[in-house]
Design a protein around this ligand. Structure first.
Ligand code: PEP
Ligand code: MN
Length: 332
């Protein structure tokens, strides 16, 4: 249940009601907002007379639900706004991992040349083998900061565990929570305490309900700036790395009020499929696309097979504009 009380009731009263009904307490400019389990269906007369709004739900997708707020939430990525009625579909590019200053300079120069605003690169990589490249850590974050200062790019970078979440929050414009870290409560709770946007990736074995409930940890903790990211599920199929769940994207668009970004690179796992999939994603009317692109994918230290080279990325970007336009969006 979500209940709004006007700020006039005062912080102390809001706090005592929250404790009484076992609810999270957050606020916006005008209201105190109390969120309790969806199993709570009614308030006492005393509280309901005081309430401005009362919303009852049949499951714990609450703050993220279109039943609560019809309009897709606006989230700012640097000075670019997605969601709301902007119609913006942001094209985000960058290598899987930040590997060296030269590499990330080349990536940044490519984005600038293409008029793009947002660079994504990982410094703490959630690898499936301990013997694989694990990322440059803090040194990588510092390189990203340098790119932001030199090129004015917005930075998206991922947090892998709670030990470095504070550094990632400090150095990024958008915090990425990876598919394997999606359930980490240390990360979710730290991300709830900042107002920085959070891009949360769906785990490859996660239901839509579980995925959205992870987003609810961030929202109910006080950070409204959450973006959902679909990046493929594990299925019986082994020819492709994962299976991009476009049906799930339709569900999320219909039932949640959060912006949605798609990541066809990790879903496909092979560069040859990324352009076709990207166009299919944009044709769904989404808020953004996240593509892995590397100056020389053949020597990439992670996810080499799925990264586009610079020419392939430029060629792809040109084909996205008319697709976006056909569904009432524009690439930004
Ligand atoms: C990544 O974005 O490079 C990554 C590791 O993705 P995921 O968390 O979706 O596997
Ligand atoms: Mn990757």
């Amino acid at each position: 249940m979500i209940v709004h009380f006007a700020k006039e009731i005062g912080a102390e009263r809001a706090d005592s009601i929250a404790k009484d009904i076992n609810a999270f307490l957050i606020e916006n400019e005008t209201d105190y907002i109390l969120i309790s389990s969806s199993s709570v269906k009614a308030l006492s007369d005393e509280y309901s007379q005081l309430a401005k709004e009362v919303h009852v739900f049949d499951n714990d997708m609450q703050l993220s639900s279109r039943k609560y707020r019809k309009q897709t939430k606006e989230v700012k990525i640097g000075d670019v706004t997605i969601g709301g009625d902007t119609g913006n579909c942001i094209l985000i590019g960058g290598p899987c991992s930040v590997e060296s200053e030269d590499q990330i300079q080349e990536s940044s120069a490519l984005l600038k040349e293409m008029g793009l605003t947002t660079l994504r690169g990982g410094c703490y990589k959630p690898r499936t083998s301990p013997y694989s490249f694990q990322g440059l850590g803090l040194e990588g974050l510092k390189l990203l900061k340098k790119m932001k200062e030199q090129h004015g790019l917005n930075i998206i970078t991922e947090v892998r565990d709670a030990t470095h979440v504070a550094d990632v929050i400090e150095y990024s414009d958008v915090i990425q929570i990876g598919a394997k870290s999606m359930y980490d409560h240390g990360i979710l709770k730290a991300c709830a305490k900042t107002q920085k946007p959070v891009l949360i990736k769906r785990g490859f074995g996660t239901t839509l309900q579980e995925f959205v409930q992870c987003a609810e940890f961030i929202l109910s903790g006080g950070n409204p700036n959450v973006i959902l990211c679909e990046r493929g599920l594990r299925t019986f199929e082994t020819k492709t790395r994962f299976t991009l769940d476009l049906c799930g994207v339709s569900y999320l668009k219909e039932h949640t009020n959060l912006p949605i970004i798609l990541d066809p690179s990790h879903a496909m796992g092979h560069a040859y499929g990324v352009p076709d999939l990207s166009r299919a994603c944009v044709a769904m009317g989404i808020d953004g696309l996240l593509i892995e692109v590397h100056p020389d994918p053949s020597v990439a230290k992670s996810d080499a097979s799925q990264q586009l080279n610079h020419d392939q990325f430029k060629a792809l970007a040109k084909t996205l504009d008319p697709v976006a336009k056909a569904v009432g969006y524009q690439m930004v």
